[in-house]
Design a protein around this ligand. Structure first.
Ligand code: SAM
Length: 357
């Protein structure tokens, strides 16, 4: 899967254990799905997953990892990937924008990305099959990029992996879950909360001002293939300036969370949030308590790799000091939980609060 800020890679086993202790749940709605690695793990465990994210690249990841079923796409995808992997490079928009005007990829890899993406566009594939080959291309490109994991800047000196050849691999598409077919949506989280009903809603909102579309603008362009006008050293899409999320804004975050929590159509809410976010633990607990009992599980967690490497300006010069290398990740579980709270074990039970009268 792609490198992704805020990805719950390390927390997936704990999230899964938490969800499995909520009795009787079959369907989980993941309203901020990102890489879909949480939805993928839930689907593997047998849950029906409804995954949503407002960025097109994330919706495509969800269509591949949550909505597509292995039996329906595997053989066609394998044949297509073999064919696409043999194409010779042909410079186009991607090479010009991300290898010449900026230096995110070596030109010989950029030329192959151009050739493969144009071929996918020409084929007019059905959406789930197209999502599988697009995810294969996105992940192949991610393995040869020259960044610290976000696309706000490229490295001053080439990352060693950028010299490797681009290789298409088959994404780990799962068989259909026992509880039913999954679904990918590209809605705003508030709209998704109002329209998707499930047994559990999983919420993993952003926790700072950096928009995901800006951080991963190359994936947005690769998936949309709309060849947009770009600006700045990083060649970001112009719509990065126009489209914003209330969850990336300190003043808008709390009202948006309140609206979201009130709108969710699920009896249980599981929320991931770190101590670096815009709301403190007590504020979140008070908000969630409007929906039922609240339990909190806490884990110490290493910060993302970019934080460990340091802070650089667009010229690649080190400009700041990293203040800390670890944070506290919290999983809040909320709803009509009384019988399930005890089952969440000592750390959660210790953090459990009663719903206010
Ligand atoms: C912390 S990340 C989720 C990471 C994900 N759980 C994973 O493990 O990969 C937050 C996600 O919220 C999405 N997002 C931000 N604002 C949104 C909004 N208003 N509606 C829907 N999705 C939004 C971003 O695109 C991003 O993928």
């Amino acid at each position: 899967m792609i490198k992704y800020l805020g990805s719950k890679r390390v927390l997936v086993p704990l999230l899964l254990q938490t969800v499995e202790r909520i009795r009787g749940a079959c369907t989980v709605a993941d309203l901020f799905s990102g890489t879909s690695r949480v939805g993928h793990a839930l689907k593997r465990a047998g849950y029906r997953v409804l995954a949503n994210d407002h960025n097109a690249y994330a919706e495509t990841l969800a269509r591949c990892y949550v909505q597509a079923d292995r039996g329906a796409v595997h053989d066609d995808a394998a044949a297509l990937l073999a064919e696409l992997g043999r194409l010779r490079g042909r410079p186009g928009y991607f090479t010009e924008t991300f290898c010449v005007r900026s230096r995110f990829f070596q030109p010989r890899n950029g030329e192959r990305i151009d050739a493969i993406r144009e071929a996918i566009a020409r084929k007019g594939l059905e959406p789930e099959l197209e999502a599988v080959v697009l995810v294969s291309l996105m992940e192949a490109a991610d393995r040869v990029d020259s960044t610290t994991g976000v696309q706000m800047a490229y490295l001053k000196r080439w990352a060693p992996r950028a010299s490797n050849d681009l290789v298409l691999r088959m994404p780990a598409v799962l068989p259909r879950a026992a509880a039913g077919k999954g679904r990918a949506c590209g809605l705003d989280a508030l709209e998704a909360a109002r329209t998707l009903s499930a047994d559990i809603a999983y919420l993993d909102p952003p926790y700072n001002q950096h928009s995901y579309r800006g951080n991963y603008h190359i994936w947005e362009t690769l998936v949309r293939w709309d060849k947009p006008a770009v600006y700045g050293t990083a060649c970001k899409r112009v719509d990065c300036r126009e489209r914003s999320s209330p969850f990336n804004s300190r003043p808008r975050f709390k009202p948006a969370m309140a609206e979201l929590i009130a709108a969710v159509r699920a009896p249980v809410i599981v929320l991931s949030f770190s101590n670096e976010g815009y709301m403190a633990r007590a504020e979140i607990e008070d908000l969630l308590a409007t929906r039922g009992h609240v339990a909190v599980i806490e884990r110490d967690h290493p910060r993302y790799v970019g934080a460990r490497i340091g802070i650089y300006n667009p010229r690649g010069e080190k400009v700041g000091r990293v203040s800390h290398l670890r944070n506290r990740e919290r999983i809040y579980v909320c709803g009509d939980l009384r019988p399930d709270l005890a089952a969440l074990g000592p750390p959660a039970a210790a953090g459990a609060r009663r719903q206010p009268a």
